[in-house]
Design a protein around this ligand. Structure first.
Ligand SMILES: Cc1cc2nc3c(=O)[nH]c(=O)nc-3n(C[C@H](O)[C@H](O)[C@H](O)COP(=O)(O)OP(=O)(O)OC[C@H]3O[C@@H](n4cnc5c(N)ncnc54)[C@H](O)[C@@H]3O)c2cc1C
Length: 228
């Protein structure tokens, strides 16, 4: 195993996302939970968003729909190459949360064991099967014997939960961050692949600086959608 004692990591990703959400709400953000069916630029500037029978008009739109962003990009007249690298996890339950002090990478087996707030998490590599196919949990279940060889204390513990997620991925493994070539009333923020949690704060900073027309902390050129 490849043990990374200095690696920073998040034990509770949902807790971090909730903290971001709460901070945004304190700053005045309004949360509407609706499925977006269509987006369009307005001739007079700004953007129209159709969601569940309601039409919203906004001065600016940030497209941050993960692996589902491509159809919105197309509707806005831009193009991108985006697919999903599906990944699976198995959680072994709270009694295993203290078994490791940090993430353990087993490169030969394409798996990672991470200590999370709710137990040790086994994470698999990539599956290229698109957005619509049902999960195939046999892929991650097949790794349980190897996880038990790596951490023998898992031998007597049964998996508690399984989960599949969609990593939004580009051919060059770089995210898409920045304004549309057609105008900065549309800003893109998706395609972070394996690093969406890690890069969430800097991405938000880049989006906020773009909206506010401030100088960016990093050169945005490699991340612009115009590279496609
Ligand atoms: C197994 C696994 C392990 C991972 N481990 C790590 C890790 O250790 N570290 C790390 O940094 N990253 C990790 N990632 C990657 C990380 O999860 C992703 O990069 C990140 O979730 C992408 O965030 P996002 O907000 O762009 O997209 P998402 O998290 O996919 O969010 C997009 C949201 O948009 C919504 N949406 C889509 N279409 C519409 C629509 N039309 N209308 C309304 N809403 C819509 C979706 O419902 C979803 O809520 C992992 C991923 C997987 C699958």
């Amino acid at each position: 195993g490849f043990y990374q004692p200095d690696c920073g990591f998040v034990r509770n990703p949902k807790g971090l996302a909730q903290a971001y959400f709460d901070a945004a709400a304190r700053l005045g953000a309004i949360h509407l939970r609706q499925r977006v069916d269509g987006v369009a630029r307005r001739n007079e500037g700004g953007v129209t968003v159709h969601a569940e029978g309601v039409t919203h008009r906004f001065d600016r739109l940030v497209v941050a729909a993960g692996a589902w962003s491509a159809s919105l990009v197309k509707q806005l007249g831009d193009k991108v190459s985006l697919d999903t690298e599906r990944g699976y996890h198995i959680s072994f339950g709270p009694e295993t949360a203290g078994l490791l002090r940090g993430p353990l990478v087993l490169p030969g087996m394409s798996m990672v064991l991470s200590p999370m707030h709710d137990g040790l998490r086994l994470v698999s590599g990539d599956e290229l099967a698109g957005l619509a196919a049902p999960p195939n949990y046999s892929r991650i279940r097949a790794l349980i014997p190897a996880a038990r060889r790596a951490v023998p204390a898992l031998r007597d513990v049964s998996p508690r939960s399984e989960w599949m997620g969609f990593r939004p991925s580009t051919p060059d493994s770089l995210p898409v961050i920045g304004p549309s070539p057609q105008g900065n009333d549309v800003i893109y923020a998706f395609g972070h692949g394996h690093l969406g949690l890690t890069l969430s704060a800097i991405t938000a900073q880049m989006v906020a600086d773009t909206v506010a027309a401030r100088a960016l902390l990093v050169d945005p050129t490699p991340y612009l959608i115009s590279r496609f």
